[in-house]
Design a protein around this ligand. Structure first.
Ligand code: SF4
Length: 267
């Protein structure tokens, strides 16, 4: 109760949220958040730091500005717009080949969940314009909800380009995720790519945490991503949230004598 911060997924208003998450879920979520806020007030505590997370995708793209109004009404601290992650089918197939050729591994096939024909057919022009309006308005507003957007720093036509042009990575040439982040599954398996449990670098129950983190497969994967971008990386969160590790990446490159050139995929 006392040490709490929440990243809370709300996909716009009742209509769009229930469309994505099932009927009745919007009201249940809002009620739960209200009950939590009430409990904190009754304990004389400030409200928990709550960030509403809204994914801009083909199901929610008409609700970008509505989401801001909902966030204000809920009284949350922040609103995080995450532009949906995705990949084209060919990228997945070529990734499978790279995995086999370079690591001798078979893919789990999880990448197939990132291919979405409905998204590929969708026109994001209005969603991108609405995001631009919200981000511009935010500059003049010094009260919650504070607005964040991922990938950060995209404005104007680049917002639309994010959805339409898979090859543009906006200067994010390589992923630094495997150097400072890990996911441990319930069975102890450790991976570095959150949506792609293909390169399992160790098992914390069997090998220990640090042994897994610094295992041979872990080092092999790090070496590979310093020089290559997997076909599936262009619209993976890893590429866009690792900016915090860029200074470490520069240091690592310097130490290893790498010039920063990264081999990127083209079909
Ligand atoms: S961007 Fe690529 S290397 Fe980084 S986490 Fe995603 S799939 Fe893995």
């Amino acid at each position: 109760m006392r040490n709490l911060s929440l990243l809370y997924s709300i996909d716009g208003d009742e209509e769009s949220h229930d469309r994505v998450r099932g009927k009745g879920n919007f009201r249940r979520s809002v009620r739960a958040l209200g009950a939590l806020f009430e409990r904190r007030r009754s304990l004389g505590l400030p409200l928990p730091m709550t960030v509403m997370s809204f994914v801009v995708c083909e199901w929610t793209s008409g609700k970008v500005e509505t989401a801001y109004a909902v966030a204000r009404e809920l009284g949350v601290f922040g609103l995080n717009y995450t532009m949906r992650y995705f990949l084209p089918q060919q990228a997945g197939l070529d990734y499978e080949r790279e995995l086999q050729d370079h690591f001798g591994l078979r893919s789990s096939g999880a990448w197939r969940g990132w291919v979405a024909p409905a998204h590929e057919r969708h026109d994001y022009t209005e969603a991108a314009a609405a995001m631009e309006r919200v981000l511009r308005r935010r500059r003049f507003r010094l009260a919650p909800p504070y607005v964040f957007a991922l990938p950060r720093g995209l404005r104007g036509r680049r917002l639309l380009q994010y959805f339409d042009d898979y090859y543009e990575v906006f200067g994010n040439e390589s992923c630094f995720m495997p150097f400072y982040w890990a996911r441990v599954h319930a069975n102890g398996d450790m991976i570095f790519c959150p949506g792609h449990p293909d390169v399992i670098v160790g098992n914390v129950f069997r090998d220990g945490f640090m042994e897994s983190f610094n295992s041979e497969p872990a080092v092999a994967l790090r070496r590979h991503v310093l020089n290559n971008r997997f076909p599936i990386c262009n619209r993976c969160c890893g590429l866009y949230i690792t900016y915090a590790g860029r200074s470490n990446e520069r240091r690592a490159r310097k130490k290893l004598g790498l010039d920063g050139r990264v081999k990127a995929w083209r079909p």
